[in-house]
Design a protein around this ligand. Structure first.
Ligand SMILES: CC(C)(COP(=O)(O)OP(=O)(O)OC[C@H]1O[C@@H](n2cnc3c(N)ncnc32)[C@H](O)[C@@H]1OP(=O)(O)O)[C@@H](O)C(=O)NCCC(=O)NCCS
Length: 212
């Protein structure tokens, strides 16, 4: 199936995809999360919980990644944390996530803290972040990706659905009592269509040899 990326509105530059690696960069990430949270109404703040540099550093050291998007001036305008799950106990309040996700060979990556700078919303940055996350997961040989979305977070649900995530299950947060859904999707490596014309030619001639 062909996926169409949402068209950018009023965006006359190509965002730069980056991986954040240092304490300074994690501080930028923490700041972006704070800026996004400050733009949310009180009841929406549960959509995106605050994070610390320490949290990001530990995740990074454990082989996970913080993916970002920068504008032309280098300002961080979007990010997501991608975590490689190993066991269901890796997720606090895991009850909402079907165990099937953890069956051998399906252990997923978990997307957390997806957020876009308030001045850059509705421009398709979430599409880019999800795409980068999928590419990273594929490189890590993970073929499933999941995320948890608080019910009522329409913008987030819309972005995930547009990127072919399906609702897997519902749950209630034990500590705060809010309802959430887990969404997930299988990620597959790019198809033959993505090969260069030269590679496609080789494919064709190999097929031709086998058919003769
Ligand atoms: C959810 C979020 C990451 C989407 O980022 P984005 O780059 O604006 O994504 P898109 O451009 O793809 O827009 C996604 C949808 O959100 C909607 N949206 C954007 N800003 C919104 C806002 N402030 N309020 C409500 N909906 C909004 C868009 O209209 C779009 O809906 P559509 O697909 O039906 O047109 C961003 O709105 C955000 O940072 N939200 C706060 C943090 C958050 O909730 N993170 C998700 C954690 S699971």
């Amino acid at each position: 199936m062909l996926k169409t990326m949402k068209q950018f509105v009023n965006l006359d530059f190509e965002p730069i995809a980056v991986r954040l690696n240092s304490a300074e960069e994690f501080a930028e990430a923490v700041e972006l999360i704070e800026t996004v949270r400050a733009s949310l109404k009180e009841e929406e703040k549960v959509y995106l919980l605050p994070k610390t540099v320490d949290f990001m550093t530990k995740l990074h050291r454990a082989g996970n990644v913080v993916l970002g998007l920068r504008n032309e001036e280098g300002l961080l305008i979007g990010l997501t944390v991608v975590r490689k799950m190993h066991h269901w106990t890796d997720i606090p309040n895991f009850e909402g996530l079907p165990f099937i996700e953890f069956i051998y060979n399906q252990t997923p990556c978990l997307l957390q803290s997806v957020c876009t700078h308030p001045e850059y919303r509705s421009m398709g940055l979430a599409d880019r972040l999800l795409k980068s996350a999928e590419e990273w997961c594929l490189k890590k040989e993970r073929s499933r990706i999941v995320a948890r979305i608080v019910i009522g977070n329409k913008g987030s649900l819309s972005a995930f659905e547009r990127n072919e995530f399906e609702v897997l299950s519902e749950g209630i947060d034990k500590e705060d009592g809010y309802k959430f859904v887990y969404v997930g999707k299988k990620i597959v490596a790019p198809l033959v269509e993505d090969f260069s014309p030269a590679e496609q030619e080789t494919e064709t001639s190999v097929t031709a040899i086998f058919n003769t």
